[in-house]
Design a protein. Structure first.
Length: 242
């Protein structure tokens, strides 16, 4: 039985190696091979309904990695090799696959890999996480700063920048209010700073500059005091420059 599992794993890895390297196949053949392999991916209807596959989905193979079966070393190698104009599109597909594999069973794991997304390609992934897992709480036993508060603000502010850019100010304010209510007090200074900065960007779209900074002033002053107490000159300067 163990030999059979090892053989299955080897054959699947070898298939993805063929996809990654090409081995003489045309680009279209690589695309078709991956499309066939994707038929074995698990399904998560709620996620797939909220995060649509882009039009380019079937035209750009992931390459370098089987997103359903990999080691940490293989993931590092993928990030090293994944360059060029389609870099973020492949990243989107990898994250999409990892979400399907997780299927909401481990919120901390999902937050860990979604936290990488800082470009528009990841907007619907960030939106899905914040819309569905805002009330989840967790704390990593290995990392004092790795918890639901810091992760939600990190992921949520990416979405907030997109909402503000798109003019969806009502939804942006709702997300900000939730992050303040549920996450702000337990976040590290840097994540509080990114949330206040996202709030500033929204306020400058909906208020005069004077009114915006009147709203922000209590948060800024409180955090400057905390930075002074911690003797964190860099953080204090960031708040003063906001």
């Amino acid at each position: 039985m163990r030999y059979s599992r090892l053989l299955d794993s080897f054959l699947l890895s070898f298939t993805w190696l063929l996809l990654a390297t090409g081995c003489g196949e045309s680009y279209q053949e690589l695309v078709e091979r991956e499309a066939e392999l994707q038929k074995s991916w698990p399904s998560w209807l709620e996620f797939e309904a909220a995060v649509a596959k882009p039009q380019w989905w079937h035209s750009i193979p992931i390459k370098y990695l089987d997103p359903m079966n990999y080691t940490s070393e293989e993931m590092k190698a993928y990030h090293d090799k994944n360059t060029g104009i389609d870099k973020y599109k492949r990243d989107f597909k990898v994250l999409f696959a990892r979400m399907l594999k997780n299927r909401g069973n481990d919120v901390q794991e999902m937050a860990g890999f979604l936290g990488r997304g800082t470009v528009d390609e990841f907007y619907p992934l960030n939106a899905f996480y914040i819309s569905n897992y805002m009330h989840e709480t967790w704390q990593s036993e290995y990392c004092g700063q790795c918890n639901d508060a810091n992760a939600a603000i990190n992921i949520g502010t990416q979405w907030l920048h997109r909402l503000t850019k798109d003019g969806d100010y009502t939804r942006a304010k709702q997300v900000i209010d939730q992050l303040f209510e549920l996450k702000y007090d337990r976040a590290i200074p840097y994540q509080r700073y990114t949330l206040i900065r996202a709030y500033r960007n929204l306020l400058l779209k909906t208020h005069s500059r004077e009114d915006a900074y009147a709203i922000l002033k209590p948060y800024i002053f409180d955090n400057i005091k905390l930075a002074e107490q911690a003797n964190d000159q860099k953080m204090m300067q960031w708040w003063m420059d906001l």
